[in-house]
Design a protein around this ligand. Structure first.
Ligand code: HEC
Ligand code: HEC
Length: 261
């Protein structure tokens, strides 16, 4: 056989193989080509300017409304896409937004601000193919109003005695989305944070703002930080606060017990 037909044959075999393998789902089946029933809305209950950014720039991975391209039928591209989509939905499914408890929504909103502000979302490989998906300054502004409204609402409560058991509960609901007591995640490990100097968790990439300041995390510092991190250390990278003084007190009393050690 001469070269030409051989090359053609190889291409045909590769194509058939790619399509055949595309029917397998080694990283989970994202059901990219199944039409969804439309009853679920992206980020329902969120303000519409926020929703429209999420629909345009995030929904392909973070919802059931994936606009799957033709090349998504071909392995191994299909596998890589599915891997992203399955992971993305498990960390935040915008189609199921209204089913998240309020606490979890609040943490996710803070994460949306953080991930877009730091340029981590949408992921680079996606931005390279979808030119319009880059997050603009005005997108960031829209996202930020969202968390500042939720976070800074003044809450008047009578502050009673500290309850570390309740603090632990709050910690697990509100902080563990970003922090752990044994390792760095999106935030630094909080193991032994009470009494620790600021910004010294090994291997964590702190913001310049937090690297520049010097103090020890005591009751007062933690209270100011948790009530409004930006007012306390302007330019830091934690987009989350605890407006309720009693909740702060409970969380701090829990941290004071040095959990995780
Ligand atoms: C190409 C698919 C893709 C797109 C598009 C995408 N994401 Fe993601 N996202 C992922 C994957 C995969 C993960 C989970 C793995 C990780 O954390 O890197 C994730 C995780 C997240 C998380 C959770 C992070 C955490 O630490 O739990 C948030 C919040 C998030 N994305 C926000 C967004 C926002 C906001 C957009 C749109 C502006 C967006 N993503 C667009 C793939 C995507
Ligand atoms: C949305 C993610 C997110 C949530 C939720 C979050 N944090 Fe953070 N936290 C961060 C990030 C990111 C940093 C690092 C800030 C920087 O480098 O400027 C941080 C830093 C900190 C620090 C400073 C630690 C050090 O090593 O100096 C403390 C203390 C802290 N967080 C406590 C908490 C507590 C308590 C909660 C729950 C009430 C909480 N955080 C919830 C992301 C988060």
């Amino acid at each position: 056989m001469s070269r030409g037909p051989l090359v053609l044959l190889s291409c045909a075999v590769a194509l058939v193989l790619s399509i055949t393998l595309g029917a397998y789902h080694p990283f989970g089946n994202a059901r990219m080509y199944e039409s969804n029933n439309g009853s679920d809305r992206i980020g329902s209950q969120l303000p519409s300017p926020v929703q429209s950014i999420l629909i345009q720039k995030c929904a392909d991975c973070h919802s059931n409304h994936t606009r799957a391209p033709l090349y998504g039928h071909f392995a191994p591209v299909s596998w890589l896409m599915e891997r992203d989509i399955v992971r993305a939905r498990s960390s935040m499914d915008l189609s199921a937004w209204s089913s998240y408890p309020a606490e979890e929504q609040r943490v996710l909103l803070a994460k949306i601000v953080h991930e877009t502000n730091s340029g981590e979302m949408p992921p680079l490989q996606y931005r390279l193919v979808h030119w319009g998906s880059r997050i603009t300054d005005s997108d960031l502004q829209v996202f930020r109003t969202l968390t500042s409204n939720v976070d800074r609402a003044p809450v008047m409560v009578q502050v009673g005695s500290a309850d570390p058991a309740h603090g632990k509960e709050l910690f697990n609901k509100q902080c563990t989305g970003c922090h752990s007591l044994s390792q760095n995640h999106e935030g630094p490990t909080l193991q032994g944070v009470y009494g620790r100097s600021v910004g010294i968790a090994a291997g964590f990439a702190y913001s310049d703002a937090l690297k520049k300041v010097r103090f020890v995390w005591d009751e007062a510092a933690l209270d100011r930080w948790l009530s409004d991190p930006d007012a306390f250390v302007p330019g830091n990278a934690m987009d989350f606060s605890v407006p309720n003084p009693q909740s702060r007190r409970d969380i701090i009393s829990y941290l004071r017990q040095n959990p995780g050690n």
